[in-house]
Ligand binder design. Structure first.
Ligand SMILES: C[S@@+](CC[C@H](N)C(=O)[O-])C[C@H]1O[C@@H](n2cnc3c(N)ncnc32)[C@H](O)[C@@H]1O
Length: 281
């Protein structure tokens, strides 16, 4: 796949080439056998979005999944959400991600967790999804659109691959009030690959792209509470509950997490959860 300069910068931000080894080390340090981790043991590392598995569970509660549905995960990372939903709903999840190393790790973890028949991962761009029209009953994307400038093209592609009436769930970081956040942030080393839309722009963009019934909520209060609980855990000498940023961005992680916490506290970023349906054409 040939990448635009911006997409290549996104991939370079997420990939160093030794993630599986670093994940194995982190699991061993937790007292976990890296060859046979459970989804719960992986969750601090493979749920690579704000609030980790807590946010994944909340998203699951919103998803109108029916038995036998096929779901699409856009920007699937190392596959934590896909495995979580596939197990919870007993359905099949296809993940697509721009970062080849993440797809390799995601597939490897699917084998190690015995889930290779219910999840699959492939390299691809959310702006040119490698799937036919109306291929999925539902689609979701967690903490991905912040890397994508052309939101209209993203929403068009998401709509294209959904069946009539199919649902879309987005869990994203929206632009809040005041100045841009300081960088690095967990999704971008600089502002050059960070494209935050406001909650209102997200709602308007989805409707313009042909979605209806858009339900959008800020999860800022939950994010602030999670951050407070994490600080308390660290103060007690425990590991923080969410360690994905540390694992993936060892060098940038401390400043990215500090900037993210400050931007959240100051309201410059606004985590949002969105559910919408594909409107008839
Ligand atoms: C913060 S991670 C979230 C991963 C996963 N959704 C999760 O919650 O665990 C953002 C992911 O978006 C992917 N990504 C960014 N731009 C993309 C694009 N245009 N197409 C597909 N994936 C993209 C990155 O490679 C990265 O895996």
């Amino acid at each position: 796949m040939s990448l635009t300069p911006s997409a290549a910068t996104v991939v370079a931000h997420y990939s160093r080439g030794d993630l599986l080894d670093r994940l194995a080390d982190a699991l061993r340090d937790d007292g976990v056998d890296p060859a046979r981790p459970t989804l719960e043991q992986l969750a601090p590392y493979d749920q690579f979005h704000g609030r980790g598995a807590e946010a994944t569970d909340e998203a699951a509660a919103l998803m109108p999944v029916r038995p036998g549905d096929r779901l699409l995960d856009v920007g699937s990372g190392i596959g934590g959400p896909a495995r979580w939903f596939a197990r919870r709903f007993g359905c099949h999840v296809t993940g697509v991600d721009l970062t080849p190393e993440f797809c390799t790790v995601a597939s490897d973890l699917a084998r190690r967790t015995g889930m290779a028949s219910s999840v699959e991962f492939e390299v691809g761009d959310a702006l040119a999804l490698p799937f036919g029209d109306a291929a999925f009953d539902g689609a979701y994307s967690m903490n991905v659109s912040m890397n994508i400038a052309d939101k209209a093209a993203l929403y068009r592609e998401l709509r294209r691959v959904l069946k009539p009436g199919g649902w879309l769930l987005l869990s994203e970081v929206a632009r809040g009030d005041g100045p841009e956040p300081d960088y690095p942030m967990p999704w971008a080393a600089t502002a050059a690959t960070s494209f935050l839309a406001t909650a209102q722009q997200t709602r308007d963009g989805l409707i313009a792209a042909g979605f209806e019934g858009v339900r959008l909520e800020s999860t800022r209060a939950q994010a602030l509470a999670f951050a407070a609980r994490s600080r308390e855990a660290v103060a007690r000498g425990e590991k923080p509950p969410h360690r994905a940023v540390m694992l993936i961005h060892s060098d940038l992680a401390v400043s990215a997490m500090r900037n993210s916490a400050r931007a959240l506290g100051e309201g410059r970023i606004d985590p949002i959860e969105v559910l919408a349906r594909k409107a008839p054409s």
